[in-house]
Design a protein around this ligand. Sequence first.
Ligand code: ADP
Length: 480
Amino acid sequence: MGTARRLILVLIVLIALASSTAYYATQMSLRDGAVRERVMGWLAVGLMSSVCALVLIVIWRSLGKTVQIVRHQLLTLEGSGEVGLIMVDSHDELGQMVQEFNRYLTRIKSRIEQLKLQKRELDIQIRVADAEKRHTEAIIFSISDAVLVTDSFDELVLANESAERTFGFTMSRMYRQPMARIINDSEFVKLVTDTRSENTERRRRVVEYSRQVAGEKRTFNVTLSGVMDAKGECNGVVAVLHDVTREKEVAAMKTDFVSNVSHELRTPLSSIKAYVEMLVDGEAEDETTRREFYDIIQNETDRLGRLIDNILNISRIESGVVKIHKEPLALTSVIKDALEVARPQAVAKRIQLVDELTPVFYQVLADRDMIYQAILNLLSNAIKYTPDGGRVTIRTVVDEGKKTVRTEIKDTGVGIPPEDMPRLFEKFYRVESSKKMAKGTGLGLSLVKHIVETVHAGEVGVFSKVGQGSTFYFQVKLAD
Ligand code: ADP
C-alpha cells in the first residue's frame, strides 16, 4: 500500500477516534454535568486535530517534494530538447505514476530513434536523388539540341536553354504550365500530346518539324519518346529537337555542287572536243582560223585546269597535305600575270580592267601559285558578277607601319545582299540572286580564304552594296 494511502487511513482512524472521544465526553458531561469530562473531550478533539494537521503537513510536504523533483527534471529535459526519463526515489502512487510515465517515455524515445534513423536514410536518398537530378539536368543543359520534358497532364517540367531559345520562353516562369500555353504552335503541341496518348508501340518516333527561330526558318528532326512508369503507363514525353537546317543546306549544296562541277567540266570539255573535231575534219581552212581554234582550245583547257585546281587545292589545304613553297616575291608581278589571264574574259564583256599597283620592290613571302590562284579567282569573280561595260580595278596599298600589303579588287557589279555576306566564304555557298548571272561552284572564295588565312596567315574581306558593286580585299605581311 502506498504511503499516501496509508497516511489517509491513519488519518481516518484518528478522526474517527477523536470524534467518538469527543462524542463520548459530550454525552458524559450532559448526563453528569461534569465539566471535567467535557474539557477532556475537547482536549482529545484538539489533540486529534493537531495530529491530523501534522499528518496532513507531512503528506503535503512529501508529495510536494516529489512533484518538485518531477517538475525540475521535466524543465531540465525541456531545456535540453531531449526525451529522457524522470528519476524519483519514491514508491508511492506518484512514484508508480512516474514509472508508468517513464515506460511511456521510453517507448516514445525508441520511436523517435527509429524515426531519426528513417529520416537520416531519407535525407541520404534525397541528397543522392538531388545529385542525380542535377547531374541529369547538367547533361540536358549542356547539349545543343533543344530538350523538352512534359508530365502526364502535358505540362512542361523541364526544358534546356536551347529549347527556351527555339520556342521563345523562360523555363523558370513556365514550370508546370500547360504546353499549349507556352508553345504557340498547335502542330508541335499535338506531336507531344499524341505521343503521350498513343499506344505503347508507337511511343518513340522521329518526325521532321520546321519553325521560325529568330526570324529564320529552321528545320528539326524531333525525337519524341514516352516516359513509361512501372505499370506501363505513359506519364510524360521527352522531345529532343535536333537542328538539321545546316545539314539539309549542305546536302542541297553538295547536290548543286555535283551538278555545277559536272556542268563546269563539261562546258570547256565540249568546246575543246568540238574544236578538235573541226581541226581533225579539216574545217579550219586557213592558218588564221586554225590559230583561232588553237587559242580557244588553250583557253578552255586552262579554264578546265583552273576548276580542277580549285577543287584539288581546297581539299588539299583542308586535309593539310598541300606542299607550300614560300618565297619572297613581288605581288605586283603576280597580279600582272593574273590580269593577262583574266583579260580575255573582261574583253568578252567589254569590261575595263584598271590596275593601280605599287612598285615591284615591295615583296611578300608567299607561295606564288597559290597567291596567283587567289588573285585570279577574285578577278574572275569581279568580271563574272559585273554586267557588260562595267569596270574592275585592282590596286595594292602598302602599310609601311604595319608592314602589310593590301590588295583590293573593286568592281561596278551587282553587289551582294547583306544577309549573304556572313556565309560568302563558305564552301559551295552561292548568292541566290546572282546564281543566274554566271555559272560557278561556290568554291572560289572558300579557296581564297584558305590560301590567304590558312596558308599566309593573312586576312580576307569584302565590302559591297547591292546594285553598286563590291570590293574584295586581302592583306598579307610584307617580306623582311
Ligand atoms: P562561284 O563559283 O559561284 O563564283 P565563289 O566562291 O567564287 O563561287 O563565290 C561565291 C558567291 O559569291 C558567288 O556565287 C557570287 O554569288 C558571290 N560573289 C563572289 N564574288 C562576287 C562579286 N565580285 N560580286 C558579286 N557577287 C560575288
